[in-house]
Design a protein around this ligand. Structure first.
Ligand SMILES: *[C@@H]1O[C@H](CO)[C@@H](O)[C@H](O)[C@H]1NC(C)=O
Ligand SMILES: *[C@@H]1O[C@H](CO)[C@@H](O)[C@H](O)[C@H]1NC(C)=O
Ligand SMILES: *[C@@H]1O[C@H](CO)[C@@H](O)[C@H](O)[C@H]1NC(C)=O
Ligand SMILES: *[C@@H]1O[C@H](CO)[C@@H](O)[C@H](O)[C@H]1NC(C)=O
Length: 179
């Protein structure tokens, strides 16, 4: 009986450890900012909780001046300590070159992989359609963050700034916690 109790307790501990490591990512806020509404507008940009385990983010940006042939992207990650401090990544790269050959940009690929499978942006330039990130599950991001590269538990902010023809067009701010 004692042995059974120990086994039960061990599997409970194991459950806690696994649960701890793999189920803690939550978006807390999502902000989409269009710097120039004659260039682009957001049709939607929201977080939704279907139930405790299924929560997702969706974004749709309408592009009013297509085709887009030149894209520059800045991704920056921040960790919340006393305010948000730059953390690990701050990369700026040519989006169209990246899409032609993803091999040379490991950080961009890491970040791209966090949402690309749920979007329609994974193709080479030009872009002549609205851009969508559809029902990106928190659990998917959590898997990417904790399995591929373990991040410390903390609050994070991820800012992305999108340029075309050298002009700042769109900014997307994601806030989340890994607990
Ligand atoms: C917004 O974009 C339009 C079209 O590209 C451009 O004509 C206009 O000057 C831009 N406005 C600002 C404030 O940048
Ligand atoms: C949460 O909702 C999803 C989608 O509707 C469903 O597949 C899943 O079983 C639900 N989970 C729980 C715990 O209710
Ligand atoms: C990211 O890098 C750019 C230039 O490479 C710089 O202008 C910007 O301030 C940096 N941002 C952070 C948060 O370090
Ligand atoms: C992007 O598309 C390429 C080519 O179809 C595919 O090999 C790659 O896995 C895709 N990447 C993501 C993150 O979906």
């Amino acid at each position: 009986m004692c042995r059974a109790a120990i086994e039960l307790f061990s599997s409970f501990l194991l459950f806690l450890i696994i649960h701890n490591a793999y189920s803690g990512f939550e978006f807390t806020n999502l902000k989409c900012i269009s710097h120039n509404e004659s260039f682009s507008t957001f049709e939607y940009c929201f977080l939704k909780a279907i139930n405790r385990t299924y929560k997702y983010a969706s974004i749709k940006v309408k592009l009013h001046e297509v085709p887009i042939k030149k894209v520059k992207v800045n991704f920056a990650l921040y960790q919340r300590l006393n305010g948000y401090k730059p953390f690990l990544y701050n990369v700026t790269f040519d989006g169209c070159k990246y899409l032609l050959n993803m091999k040379g940009y490991p950080v961009a690929t890491y970040i791209f992989n966090l949402f690309a499978p749920y979007s329609n942006i994974n193709h080479s330039c030009p872009y002549d359609h609205d851009l969508i990130v559809e029902k990106l599950p928190f659990s998917y991001i959590n898997d990417q963050m904790s399995i591929i590269l373990p991040f410390p538990k903390s609050s994070y902010a991820f800012f992305s700034e999108w340029y075309s023809d050298g002009i700042k067009r769109v900014r997307i701010e994601c806030y989340g916690t890994l607990t």
